[in-house]
Design a protein around this ligand. Structure first.
Ligand code: MN
Ligand code: MN
Length: 431
């Protein structure tokens, strides 16, 4: 556990137990009152579900008379009033909406990122959300982190060279992936009719899109006579080189894919590596009445050696069951719908947060969690792992494959309840 997530020790002192007892007392108190004082008039507060004190006055604990941001409160009901099962000790946020991110706009598109600077718990991975118009280019560049990507809308042409210098050029569509390992130079360009928007995930929480080696920037900082010597081309040819980085810029939509592939391959020939993966061309890895999961890791997407994906769909009322991941932190991106997640940490710490399309979520390695669809449409989200392989363990599966008497003694449950626990992982449960 790290300090950012669990909170500083002074926030987690021993007052914790006493506070839980107090909240327990209030709950029992109001229930007892309703039972014993059957003849008492039930006032408006009781009818609205607010707890009462023994004095008959409504408990004002769950009121918020000061200023508040009502739209955000409405979007985050489990932050406004946490469920009783959440701990009262501080648990730092594991959510960051891309809506809050600093959007850098250019002619040709925009870019915004959520790194460990925005979301302190997200040490293992960072995300960059980018839009390119038709013809808009994320300029030729490379970087230290590995880059995994998923196309969210539209179409993009991607280019790279492999470690043998052979070219790769491909067109990608919605939910296609690409993967560019550390140091592999690449570019992305929006295609007709309306360019593309995509999500990049980097295998380093500190990674920032501003820390990439750019073609324009690099050329601008090489003395012109050195450029001439390097390429064997006289200086006047370089007189229009950009003096500042381009990063994203607008140009014309490229021609047919085949022509670009042929021109880039030259006499070396095309790369034998496929840096792209067509997610929707494979059947779901898991399909249940509650939804489906597509798992793509290096076992099927060979080049993706340090990032693994599970793309999860949960139908209304359904739930991604209680589980954990032994091998990696989990970086989440919510594509559609609404959900909530509780992350149960060590040391009596737990917090529940609400998510919707455009949000980033994060779960540290091995921590127990579930994701419940709380909306009336499909919940679609990405579970991303800094690993060559996908791995999870289900709480049900664990309990069902532990000696029954041992589990019953822990949980104070009877044999019939134990026997009803699912015997294998369901992954996505129906509503
Ligand atoms: Mn890149
Ligand atoms: Mn998970």
């Amino acid at each position: 556990m790290n300090d950012e997530y669990t909170g500083h020790q002074p926030c987690n002192d021993n007052s914790n137990d006493g506070e839980i007892s107090r909240r327990g007392f209030l709950t029992v108190g109001s229930a007892a009152l309703a039972t014993v004082a059957g003849t008492l008039a039930v006032d408006g507060a009781m009818a609205q579900g607010r707890p009462q004190t023994a004095g008959g006055q409504s408990d004002r604990s769950k009121s918020d008379p000061g200023p508040s941001n009502k739209p955000l409160d409405t979007e985050n009901p489990d932050s406004e009033w946490p469920p009783d099962t959440d701990s009262e000790s501080l648990v730092r946020t594991f959510k960051y909406p891309f809506s809050f991110a600093n959007k850098r706009t250019y002619e040709g598109g925009w870019s915004r990122e959520v790194t460990v600077c925005e979301l302190s718990v997200s040490k293992a991975m960072a995300g960059v959300n980018m839009r390119l118009t038709a013809g808009g280019v994320r300029e030729l560049h490379w970087h230290t982190a590995d880059e995994w990507a998923i196309v969210l809308t539209g179409n993009a042409r991607i280019t790279a060279i492999d470690r043998d210098g052979r070219s790769f050029v491909a067109d990608t569509k919605q939910y296609d992936l690409w993967y560019f390992p550390s140091g592999i130079p690449h570019s992305i360009q929006g295609l007709d009719p309306d360019g593309t928007e995509f999500m990049l995930v980097f295998d380093d929480g500190n990674f920032s899109e501003t820390e990439t080696v750019l073609l324009s920037d690099s050329m601008a900082h090489v003395p012109r006579e050195v450029l001439s010597k390097n390429f064997g081309i006289a200086e006047p040819a370089w007189r229009n080189l950009p003096r500042n980085e381009l990063f994203i810029f607008q140009t014309t939509v490229p021609g047919p894919l085949g022509a670009d592939q042929k021109a880039a391959a030259g006499t070396l020939g095309k790369s034998t590596q496929d840096f792209a993966f067509r997610t929707m061309e494979m059947p779901p890895t898991v399909h249940t009445r509650g939804g489906e999961v597509r798992i793509v890791d290096s076992s099927i997407f060979k080049v993706s050696t340090n990032v693994a994906m599970a793309m999860v769909t949960v139908h209304p009322g359904g739930m991604r069951e209680l589980h954990w991941h032994p091998n990696s932190d989990e970086w989440q991106y919510y594509i559609a719908g609404k959900g909530r997640m509780t992350v149960i940490s060590t040391g009596n710490l737990a917090r529940t947060m609400n998510f919707q399309a455009g949000d980033v979520g994060y779960v540290q390695q091995t921590l127990l969690h579930y994701i419940e669809n709380t909306g009336d449409t499909d919940l679609v989200f990405l579970e991303m792992f800094k690993s060559s392989f996908y791995q999870d363990l289900s709480l049900s599966e664990w309990l069902a494959h532990t000696p029954p008497e041992l589990v019953m003694a822990h949980l104070k449950i009877d044999r019939a309840t134990y026997d009803a626990i699912p015997k294998e992982k369901m992954v996505v449960l129906p509503g």
